[in-house]
Design a binder for this molecule. Sequence first.
Ligand SMILES: [Zn+2]
Length: 418
Amino acid sequence: MDDLREQVELFESSANLATSISQVQKAIDLLTAARAKIAADAKTAPLTLAKLQDPFKKTLDAAQKDLKPIYAGLNKYGKALDRKFKDKPLPSAENDALSSHPSLINRAIAMHLLREGQFGVASTFVEEANRHPPHPEPTLNTPNPYLRESWEKDLAEGTFNSEKLQQQFAQMYHILHQLRIERNLKPAIQWARERSDILEARGSNLEFELCRLQFVCLFVGHGQPDDIMNEEENASGPLHAWKYARRIFGDFQNRYARDIQQLMGAMAYWENVEDSPYQRYFYNDSAWEEVAQSFNREFCSLLGLSADSPLFIAATAGAIALPYLLKLQTIMKEKRTEWTTQHELPVEIPLPSQYHFHSIFVCPVSKEQTTDTNPPMMMPCGHVIAQESLDKLSKGARFKCPYCPTESHPRDARKVVL
Ligand SMILES: [Zn+2]
């Protein structure tokens, strides 16, 4: 992947459209000036046009010449792509589950663009998708895709008409920009304060984390005043940090007594915090990024969304899984076997831990992963097997647990929710 990235960087530095654009702008300016001149005095038209010809041609030629490295760069990049991905066909569409739900795919793309803050692109995409509604194709599991379930319809159309969602994400990006670029905690603190109760009910530490960072900023002297109500804080330094702490930390005393004590303890070292045991609170380079991520996560979960775009996660997990699935396909072809389980992958995909969202349960009797229709069931002895295994073993009457001597009745088994 690195060589591809290198190519892109090279391309961006050597061949950008800046000169071409300025040449085209020059041409437009020449034309506009000529039009104004002729409009003012029609008699000058032949002369003005004659004079225009030469410089106009020159600017267009220059624009063409500037385009050359762009074509060369594109060519090179195309070749690099071919080298990178040669002889790697995509898996065949036998297990296609997407073609029957194009409106959901469009929704995922629109949501992704909104979540990435690409509002202009998102609205163009939504507009074009509405103008040319996609045509679902039948697939193995959805032989009749035209009978869309109502939830699918609502979901797809709901997003496309949602101005509100865009406004919410615009607010999120504004606050993130203030945190990451401007190093300004004010809008984030205000946002968190307005939702203090909900955040606390969720067990979130966001509001305290933000206020703690504000305290640290005031303490080390890069602080911006927290709010206009209190003019004393138009300055910073340990004394101002202390005043801030007295005013703000009272509300946090119950939940964060220990953290607050430590911050207060640091006051004793105000002259040389850098050499004190409290150094890590005050000189932590990642603190800003941490609160930004924390804010991002809380903001999205209050909207009922995950912190990362699901489309991004799905595409990344897919890219990791692809080589394994390709290999599997080759092996299956050689051995002439088929992939029969539809809700389960036939091989294990080593996804990184942050991509593990749910616990899974594999029945120790049937060795199958449990599903909604075949859930894990716990017998009174505490052993757990899948519903189907339970039905097979018990046949509706008292039976002995396959793992211990206890006997029980299937009606005493309880469904386990993971
Ligand atoms: Zn048992």
